[in-house]
Design a protein around this ligand. Structure first.
Ligand code: AMP
Ligand code: FE
Ligand code: FE
Ligand code: ZN
Length: 293
């Protein structure tokens, strides 16, 4: 393949989902921070891909187009990073449209519950979510901040938005095995995001892991601030046993979370493996003409 990137962060969010920057602002910050390759992985939407591609070309850095697909297991939610798939794939676009629709209705239900105890309206949330179609609890958090009810997103999650705070509502998402199958059929590479958040810290059990590997699981996000050190070692063992790709990323959400861009990185040989397995869209590389002569 011959990719030449060295500072690679493969998991970030823009305002298309719950990040706080436009795709262009995100790409420009990545270049300014010294990253030479950025992955854009908004939740359940590829709406930022074109703007990010243009911005990456302008900024002279590489771009890995991706998405963080919501999935649900019996033991809670699991986020599946999907890289370099065909964004026009019918099954995947229909699935993500359904998830986004369900996200919106679910957010309305959460707000209705919150409104019994706090002065917050659905219009407040829409004012915060702006152009985003993948509406999430972070947008509700922003509305709570704007109303002066909490100081920041973290406080909103701690007090009102976590699943056991009494206001939570679920949304529709596919089973991870189905998600992996669809991502592969669209030419993409599926990687489990922050595996330590699966099953409240236990990670996927052996049975589920086997079924995911059989369906075509590509990799594990090992270096992520939500994976404790011991758990990372456990993930490396799984990756060796199943010959899985291992990635590292910041999960940067702009001002919405403490995560800093580039705080965790993906080894270049692992990006190479993602690129080799993908057949949907290529890794975008800065064109030679934009290099200084
Ligand atoms: P949802 O998509 O509605 O399930 O909300 C989950 C999203 O909220 C995740 O993508 C996280 O990025 C974000 N999130 C979770 N916990 C926090 C937190 N403590 N502070 C800020 N954002 C958070
Ligand atoms: Fe998020
Ligand atoms: Fe996630
Ligand atoms: Zn994420």
């Amino acid at each position: 393949m011959g990719l030449t990137f060295t500072r690679i962060d493969l998991h970030t969010h823009s305002r298309v989902s719950d990040g706080t920057q436009s795709a262009t602002e995100l790409v420009d910050e990545a270049a300014a921070t010294g990253l030479d390759c950025l992955g854009l992985t908004d939740h359940d939407d590829t709406g930022g891909w074109d703007e990010a591609a243009h911005a990456a070309e302008q900024a002279g850095i590489g771009l890995v187009r991706g998405m963080e697909l919501s999935t649900i297991t019996r033991r809670g939610s699991m986020h599946m990073l999907a890289y370099l798939f065909d964004p026009t794939n019918r099954a995947l676009t229909e699935l993500t449209a359904e998830i986004r629709d369900s996200r919106e209705h679910r957010a309305e239900r959460i707000v209705a519950r919150l409104a019994r105890d706090y002065p917050i309206t659905w219009a407040d949330v829409l004012a915060q979510s702006g152009e985003a179609k993948a509406i999430g609890r972070p947008h509700i958090a922003d509305a709570l901040v704007e109303r002066g009810i909490v100081a920041d997103r973290t406080q909103a999650f701690d007090r009102m938005l976590h699943p056991r705070a009494g206001y939570y509502e679920p949304y529709f998402a596919p089973d991870p095995v189905e998600a992996i199958t669809l991502i592969r059929e669209a030419g993409g590479v599926p990687v489990i995001a922050h595996p330590a958040t699966v099953a409240r810290g236990a990670g996927p059990d052996d049975d589920l892991l086997h079924r995911m590997v059989d369906a075509g699981l590509g990799g594990l996000e090992v270096w992520h601030r939500l994976n404790p050190p011991k758990f990372r070692a456990h993930l490396m063992q799984i990756a060796r046993a199943y010959d899985l790709i291992v990635t590292g990323s910041s999960d940067y959400h702009g001002a919405g979370k403490p995560n800093r861009l580039g705080e965790s990185l993906t080894p270049p040989d692992q990006l190479e493996r993602i690129a080799e397995q993908a057949s949907g869209v290529p890794v975008l590389q800065p064109s030679k003409s934009s290099w200084p002569m």
